[in-house]
Design a binder for this molecule. Structure first.
Ligand SMILES: Nc1ncnc2c1ncn2[C@@H]1O[C@H](COP(=O)(O)OP(=O)(O)O)[C@@H](O)[C@H]1O
Ligand SMILES: [Mg+2]
Length: 314
């Protein structure tokens, strides 16, 4: 199972919390050759996608990565290619998914690049209207102001392509900053933003549920620091163990088959109270935190699912 990870540079990986590192470790534990490259090292020559690729030994301890000499190779020689580049989800990101979509069907590319490209992490939730809180996508100041005025109480404004809580703003009725907030976030109506009813249960936490090939396998609560609205670890949230509620199970049962169908094998969904807020498909994280809280080995489960998918390819 020769495996390539398209990812950020090795020296930028925080091995104490990184999920890609866990997947690499597990591949090596199984004796699979592991290679890596950054997205900018991909290229197409003739009709084939190639890369300047680095073989890498991956281990626990003070020297987690031992890279070998880089080589220019076609990606068609791999069994598994993981796209694990962190956001921003920008045009360079999108273009690298095009290059990965070119690979022959015998190469398993995860998550499926066409599905990453066509399912924005926040808009994806709109496919499940019964699972979400009322939401508006727009770049018009007037329309967004009206949505906020019509909402029962607070409204959240956020960029469509945010992550780690970047740009998330909460506004109340009568907020004299509202017009200015919308202008700033939309860049004077140039960029679409998301306006959403505020879910008060956020103070109890933002739940991350990891689905492996459509099945919930691990979960945790990220509890916002009392001084910040955002349940992101980047914004000082702390993690806690939690149960998987009946509602969470219902949500997973609705989404799981869709994820499986779309080749989205390793996904992290976010739930605030009873509502689905995000379906993270590009490079979800949480393996290490959930393993510590639940005693799971999610990297083993993900890798088992990879193997089952490769075997199904024949
Ligand atoms: N509808 C909402 N109600 C309450 N808080 C929200 C809502 N949407 C987002 N937030 C807050 O903002 C944080 C980040 O929002 P999210 O949609 O997950 O974007 P990101 O991709 O930046 O993580 C959440 O953890 C939560 O604290
Ligand atoms: Mg989030």
């Amino acid at each position: 199972m020769k495996t390539l990870f398209v990812m950020d540079p090795l020296d930028r990986i925080n091995v104490a919390g990184d999920s890609t590192y866990m997947l690499m470790l597990e591949a090596r534990r199984r004796g699979w050759p592991v290679w890596m490259c950054t997205p900018d090292a991909l290229f197409v020559q003739g009709a084939e996608t190639w890369g300047r690729l680095t073989p890498v030994e991956v281990q626990r301890g003070p020297v987690p990565f031992v890279p070998g000499p880089a080589e220019e190779l076609p990606l068609s020689g791999f069994d598994v290619v993981w796209m694990r580049k962190d956001p921003p989800f920008d045009m360079a990101y999108i273009f690298s998914t095009y290059l990965l979509s070119q690979l022959p069907p015998r190469v398993l590319v995860l998550n499926r690049p066409d599905s990453i490209r066509s399912n924005n992490e926040k808009l994806f939730t709109l496919r499940f209207p019964q699972l979400i809180t009322p939401t508006l996508i727009s770049r018009e100041v007037k329309r967004i102001k009206q949505f906020a005025a019509d909402a029962p109480e607070r409204v959240v404004l956020k960029p469509w392509d945010g992550n780690g809580g970047r740009g998330v703003l909460v506004t109340r009725h009568g907020d004299p900053n509202l017009g200015s907030m919308i202008e700033l976030l939309t860049g004077e109506e140039r960029h679409f933003i998301i306006a959403q009813h505020y879910i008060p249960e956020i103070t109890k936490g933002d739940k991350r549920i990891i689905l492996v090939d459509g099945e919930p396998r691990g979960w945790m609560l990220r509890v916002p620091n009392p001084s910040d609205n955002r349940g992101n670890m980047h914004a000082g949230a702390t993690v806690e163990a939690c149960p998987l509620s009946a509602r969470d199970q219902e949500v997973c049962a609705s989404i799981g088959p869709v994820l499986r169908e779309l080749g989205l094998l390793f996904v992290g969904i976010d739930m605030i109270g009873d509502f689905l807020t995000e379906i993270n498909v590009t490079s979800p994280t949480g393996i290490q935190e959930i393993n510590r809280l639940m005693g799971t080995q999610l990297e083993v489960e993900v890798t088992d699912a990879v193997l089952a998918r490769v075997q199904a390819l024949g």
